[in-house]
Design a protein around this ligand. Structure first.
Ligand code: 6GU
Length: 262
């Protein structure tokens, strides 16, 4: 997978390319990365990339000529790549989109800055608009890094055997189960006994249970949009029964503070 990023701050990407899994993926040839300076495509002595908006108003707009020239130059090397504009107006990035993008041959990211990009560039040179969430960043650079990071780890062979993408939070529509490592007792809290038992089936069941309960407590919206497996249904029903038993076994006492009566 080839990633090219068009930005006026290419230096922002240097530490990103040079660490961790992104670095390893680049070194092993699973990805190739480049940050292209839009300023290099700007004419004139000052290589200006922005200008005042027609119609007035505050803020600056990215000029169309340098940006379109930069996109054309990069596209010549990556003819099959989609051209993604990072903008808060784009569709919201999620794990499913990361998965879709991970089978592309190449992606060109265009990082907007200032108040926005000249509309004629958006219309003539951009195939996708993506946002990373409902908040406003000063530019698309961090968003491009977020997307490149999430996509890279899904490319086959990028994660080693010990770091699996299949068990990720979201990949099965559930949050990941709880994790423990040594020591066995930390500040008075023990690792759950089942994890020390060596019973792989029981461990899998426990993990699925913690995964389900976490999702229910932290992100119930994820459960609503997902079909439960037979085993998951069983686990949830067991909890329901356990909770009902607890309630049934409690004696009724005191008054109901919500009813307002004494
Ligand atoms: Cl992709 N760009 C900017 N500037 N702000 C954002 C964003 C992108 N995604 C969320 N906020």
């Amino acid at each position: 997978m080839k990633f090219a990023v068009l930005t006026i701050f290419p230096e922002m990407f240097v530490p990103f390319w040079e660490h961790g899994i992104i670095r390893r993926a680049a070194e092993s040839g699973k990805i190739s990365v480049s940050a292209v300076n839009i300023r290099d495509f700007a004419e004139g002595r000052h290589h200006v990339t922005d200008d005042r908006p027609y119609g007035g108003g505050c803020g600056m707009v990215m000029k169309p000529e340098p940006l379109s020239a930069a996109i054309r130059a990069v596209k010549a090397d990556m003819p099959s790549a989609r051209t993604v504009l990072l903008t808060p107006q784009g569709r919201i990035f999620d794990q499913k989109t990361a998965c879709e993008l991970s089978s592309d041959e190449g992606i060109i990211f265009v990082c907007g800055r200032y108040e926005g990009v000249d509309e004629r560039v958006c219309q003539g040179f951009i195939s996708d608009e993506i946002s990373i969430g409902d908040y406003v960043l000063t530019g698309g650079e961090l968003a491009a890094m977020v997307i490149i990071d999430a996509v890279t780890r899904l490319i086959p062979g990028v994660l080693g055997g010990t770091e699996s993408a299949e068990k990720d939070s979201f990949s099965q529509g559930l949050l990941e189960h709880a994790h423990y490592t040594r020591p066995r007792t930390f500040e008075g809290t023990d690792v759950p006994e089942v994890l020390l038992s060596g019973h792989h089936k029981e461990i899998d069941t426990w993990r699925l249970e913690t995964s389900l309960i976490r999702t229910f407590l932290k992100r119930p919206d994820l459960l609503k949009n997902r079909t439960l497996s037979i085993q998951e249904r069983k686990i949830l029903k067991k909890w329901c029964a356990d909770i009902e038993n607890i309630i049934r076994d409690q004696p009724l006492c005191g008054t109901d503070p919500l009813s307002g009566s004494q």
